[in-house]
Design a protein around this ligand. Structure first.
Ligand code: VAH
Length: 320
């Protein structure tokens, strides 16, 4: 049985839907620190689990006979800069608890998300290689860099089957992201539908690696179903799909909403974005477990606007 920790979050929620559809609702236990996503809480088995409390995780693992854990709870880059110690505590303590449950053989397999945030200003920014200098300048990036080291250590030392992906920015419409720097690429679509205007917190030429949620979920399922012998990297795999700037995403939106307007007012998140790569070389993932992406920017814009237009119009219908 599968336990998703952080199932109410942006990736966790869509991972829950997908894993329920693959394995059946009764074989997937969704959990989070609170009931803050009714789409998840009211549609299948849901438990309150505090990822920073070993007993809380262990009780849920034993109660539901869990063998695989997806640890999707974390504090992201922007919020992590506001609360550095909270980000360190949440991101690291939760990882140790899950790795130690696997070491003690309470669970068999672990998925843990890393991020392109492990790279810093001294890393080559174009087509960043799998192996590169890593001097992350955000607390979030530090937790991901250190977490990768621990995942590889637990695999090599205790034979823990932990698998990880360095996610780029992820774009989706079902669940809003929380506290990320790449969140602009989600907010812009919501604002385009609601206001036909977006006040962007990054400069127009800030190129970042991005991915549509369906591609990210496909990659997560693919790496977790691959043969253990195919997973040759046990720190974390680079993962890539598309790269674009706020200007490019705005232009793609104007193809559908010609009078969409955007302003650029960079805030503290500009410095975070400046420390990250523009594009990522994910050739190891493509060769080791046959990863390939599907969604290009025009596909993302079309799907996001279509889905959000439906979502907001349904809200409008309900409200009037
Ligand atoms: C963030 N969405 O912005 C996350 C992600 C690469 C970005 O790690 O913090």
């Amino acid at each position: 049985k599968i336990l998703i920790i952080g199932a109410c979050g942006q990736i966790g929620s869509e991972l829950t839907f997908r894993l329920r559809s693959i394995h059946g609702d009764k074989n997937v236990i969704a959990s989070d620190i609170s009931y803050n996503n009714p789409d998840i809480v009211n549609t299948g088995i849901f438990e309150i689990v505090d990822a920073q409390d070993y007993a809380s995780v262990k009780v849920c693992v034993e109660k539901h006979n869990i063998d695989t854990v997806y640890l999707m709870a974390a504090m992201l880059s922007a919020t992590g800069e506001k609360y550095p110690m909270k980000a360190w505590d949440l991101n690291m303590t939760s990882l140790f608890h899950v790795l130690n449950l696997a070491r003690a053989k309470f669970i068999k397999k672990v998925f843990w998300p890393s991020s392109i945030a492990v790279f810093g200003t001294t890393t080559p920014t174009e087509y960043t290689p799998q192996y590169a200098v890593m001097e992350p300048s955000t607390v979030y990036g530090i937790t991901k860099q250190v977490g990768e080291r621990w995942c590889e250590y637990y695999h090599n030392k205790y034979d823990v089957d932990v698998r990880s992906l360095r996610y780029p920015g992820i774009i989706s419409w079902k669940t809003l992201p929380g506290g990320g720097t790449t969140d602009y690429a989600v907010e812009i679509y919501h604002e385009a539908i609601k206001e036909k205007f977006y006040d962007c917190f990054l400069k127009e030429d800030t190129e970042l690696p991005m991915m549509y949620m369906d591609d990210a979920i496909n990659a997560t399922v693919d790496i977790m179903t691959a043969k253990a012998s195919d997973i040759k990297i046990r720190s974390s795999y680079n993962l890539a799909a598309i790269s674009f700037t706020p200007k490019e995403i705005a232009e793609s939106i104007k193809n559908y909403i010609p009078d969409f307007k955007i302003e650029y007012n960079p805030d503290y998140r500009q410095e975070i974005a400046n420390s990250w790569p523009k594009s990522i070389n994910d050739s190891y993932a493509r060769q080791d477990w046959k990863w390939k992406h599907k969604f290009l920017l025009e596909d993302v814009t079309k799907e996001m606007l279509l889905q959000l237009d439906k979502k907001y119009n349904q809200i409008l219908k309900k409200s009037n």
